[in-house]
Design a protein around this ligand. Structure first.
Ligand SMILES: [Zn+2]
Ligand SMILES: [Zn+2]
Length: 258
């Protein structure tokens, strides 16, 4: 079932996030945290045009998720969906094309593609993760996660394709150069998910996803090799982990699952 969803992670990490999820002929952009110019360029690199997008879905109002959005919305007039709390705390809302700002419905349904969202603990007003369902397959997008809640587990369950935060290696973070307060923020219950926590979440799943894309890696406190090794190690300790394909998203280049 993994083939139902095409994922193009255009950018992922604390300097900016943007991902296109395609299913059933529809293309949705999740977050627009790189400049409009970069965003447009990377969309074209995938073979798509910005006009091919059916909408933008926001996870939360942090800068690394929205920085390119005001210009992008004025240029391409795409509907942008976010919940009320996110809009209320969106500092650049006045710079947005007003007609683009839409309230995120509980379920967004278009030609057989269903998109629902769920709450994620993070130091933002109303951070969410997304579930895409199409033709019996399920794709979940989950980054900027303080800790794993029951609600997260329930939403991730049954995912065929999972974009999952693996922000930091706990040891690298603790020994690293970040100031104490920032370390506490990242490690706290409204911060970011570690490699180990990402692996743990996977290990708790009754059925592992066919594909996992590790995302939002810290450039300071993680490396792609370490994230992959840690998560792979946890999966290989189980019985079926070997069947899961793992990709690692990048800040600087597009990572695709197709
Ligand atoms: Zn955030
Ligand atoms: Zn972020």
């Amino acid at each position: 079932m993994t083939g139902e969803f095409k994922i193009s992670v255009l950018a992922s990490g604390s300097k900016g996030n943007a991902t296109i999820i395609t299913a059933g002929g529809k293309n949705f952009l999740i977050d627009a945290g790189i400049s409009c110019r970069q965003l447009t360029q990377r969309i074209k690199e995938t073979g798509m045009q910005p006009e091919d997008l059916d909408g933008v879905l926001l996870t939360h109002e942090h800068r690394d998720h929205i920085s390119g959005l005001p210009v992008f919305s004025r240029k391409y007039h795409l509907p942008v969906f976010a919940n009320e709390a996110t809009w209320r705390n969106f500092a650049q809302r006045s710079e947005m094309e007003r007609s683009c700002c839409r309230l995120l419905p509980k379920c967004l349904e278009t030609e057989g593609l269903k998109i629902t969202n769920f709450a994620v603990p993070h130091d933002a007003a109303g951070a969410v993760g997304y579930v895409f369902s199409y033709a019996g397959a399920r794709c979940v997008y989950l980054t900027d996660v303080g800790f794993i809640t029951e609600e997260i587990k329930n939403n991730v369950a049954g995912a065929d394709t999972l974009v999952l935060e693996a922000n930091h290696d706990e040891e690298m973070l603790k020994k690293g150069i970040y100031p104490y307060a920032l370390k506490q923020r990242i490690l706290g219950t409204r911060g970011h998910l570690s490699n180990k926590a990402a692996g743990w979440l996977l290990s708790q799943m009754e059925r592992l996803p066919g594909e996992v894309i590790l995302a939002h890696l810290s450039q300071e406190n993680n490396t792609p090799e370490l994230a992959l090794k840690t998560v792979r190690g946890i999966l290989d300790a189980g019985e079926t982990g070997g069947d899961t394909q793992i990709y690692v998203a990048s800040q600087d280049e597009i990572v695709k699952n197709y």
